[in-house]
Design a protein. Structure first.
Length: 157
């Protein structure tokens, strides 16, 4: 078999044109990134309620939720229930193990002024936007926040 393209080369103008087009795309994207043109940003939201919580495994497979620092029992998640909450907590605990951290500081559950709800780990600086998983999944954490929260002015609700 013979090569049908043997002896044929790409025109120099086409190669130069492709190079100029590629360089222009890189320059345009860099300029847009540094100038902010074409980007969408969420306005900063303030925390309106928060609580620091510890999640402790029970010997029966349950998870005890305690307010920090006083240790008040907020809720107990029975074994075999609340799969989403358990999954979020497993992910955060895994991050701590990977960074060779112990159970360390409590997690912080926050309600933001724009309605978002997040669970933050100050040890790893990871934050999970709970509303991203739908209202049904986030409801477990919203209920925990309602049971015992600290408003931003320091008062209890």
């Amino acid at each position: 078999m013979s090569d049908p393209f043997h002896g044929h080369t790409l025109p120099r103008a086409a190669l130069w044109g492709a190079g100029v087009l590629l360089a222009g795309a890189i320059l345009a994207s860099g300029a847009a990134r540094f100038s902010g043109v074409g980007t969408t940003r969420m306005p900063a939201a303030a925390a309106v309620a928060s609580v620091e919580l510890r999640f402790l495994d029970g010997s029966d497979g349950s998870v005890r939720v305690q307010r920090h620092p006083d240790g008040t029992l907020v809720a107990t998640l029975p074994a075999g229930t609340h799969g989403f909450a358990r999954g979020v907590l497993r992910g955060l605990a895994r991050d701590r193990r990977l960074q060779h951290l112990d159970s360390g500081p409590p997690f912080r559950l926050v309600r933001w002024s724009d309605g978002r709800l997040s669970l933050e780990d100050p040890a790893t600086r990871r934050s999970v936007a709970l509303e991203a998983f739908g209202p049904t999944n986030a409801q477990v954490f919203a209920d925990l926040l309602l049971k015992t929260t600290t408003t931003t002015d320091g008062g209890r609700r």
